[in-house]
Design a protein around this ligand. Sequence first.
Ligand code: DQA
Length: 147
Amino acid sequence: MKILLLNGPNLNLLGQREPGVYGRETLADIEKNLTKVAARSGCELECFQSNHEGALVDRIHQAFSGGVNGILINPGAFTHSSIALRDAVAGVALPTVEIHLSNVHAREEFRQHSYIAPVAIGQILGFGPLGYELGLKALVHHLGGAG
Ligand code: DQA
């Protein structure tokens, strides 16, 4: 089973970016750990981060033709703004789990709405880096694997 992990804008700065909100773990730490966790469930993990909306849209399209079974995505601020990302997820119709490190509902008003949520199978938020593991588990379970 192949899973695509997508991270959106500014998530490349994890570890140094607002550590009080997002913690001290870097994206490289998260990707390395999740690759190990995925392997234990018999999954291959492909990781991609971009600060560019179109690059994320392109990667989602590639997933469709590239044999990816499901997507884990932390869309960052594009969560609250990107109809293009939402349409890409809906367009490829691959099961998608939305992840946020922080509890966006306990934050600013503009973070309360997600364009991705209606086309995702579920959301996991507020648990920091653990959310990526929980999301992977939920996605693999949804796909009928040993998540
Ligand atoms: C985030 C929450 C978003 O509101 C924010 O723009 C991010 C990170 C999170 O993981 O908590 O960049 O997606």
